[in-house]
Design a protein around this ligand. Sequence first.
Ligand code: GRF
Length: 217
Amino acid sequence: MARLKVGVLISGSGTNLQALIDDCARAEAESEIVLVLSNQADAFGLTRAERADLPHRVIDHREHSSRAAFEQALSQALEASGVELVCLAGFMRVLTAEFVERWRDRLINIHPSLLPAFKGLDTHARAIEAGVRFAGCTVHFVRPEVDNGPIIVQAAVPVLPDDTAETLAARVLREEHRCLPLAVRLIAQGRVSVVGARCVIDAEAPGGALVNPAPGP
Ligand code: GRF
């Protein structure tokens, strides 16, 4: 069976890209990364792509006269590579509604919070400030409104009493590295359908509930 062709957009360290690279290395992988694009020339994720012998290039938003021209360059590169699913993996540019509609339901993003809570930036510091007991990450289909869209996968982690934004971020990032590959696998297996504002997913849900703090003896 032909593997789903995946394009990955990055801006930085690319640890989520690395998680996808590692997952696609499985013998039974249902997807393959055919292009990595970064808007930042110094993104370490480009080194990760090079080491994995993946096609990669920089499309610098600063070298384009408009957001539309930048996004046209992105789409042209993605389409030239036959990309069927675009993953935003730490991509730090806001995309216009035109781009989102062009790639509607073929464009996913990973966000470091349990959406719809904590949209935007500094999610971990805000979660700690708010005193929530659980934080986490969300993989969702992209819609024109930032950090919105049908949710595919979420992971929840406990917020610990001595957590800092850095310690919480590290705990969430480990789950991001599980959730993004899982979302791509589910999509590649044809087990995700978008019904209105939600996803219907042909997969088991975990049993039981998480409680934080843990109930004492
Ligand atoms: C991740 O925390 C992701 O949730 C957020 O940006 C960070 C990117 O990390 N969008 P990396 O570049 O994948 O390491």
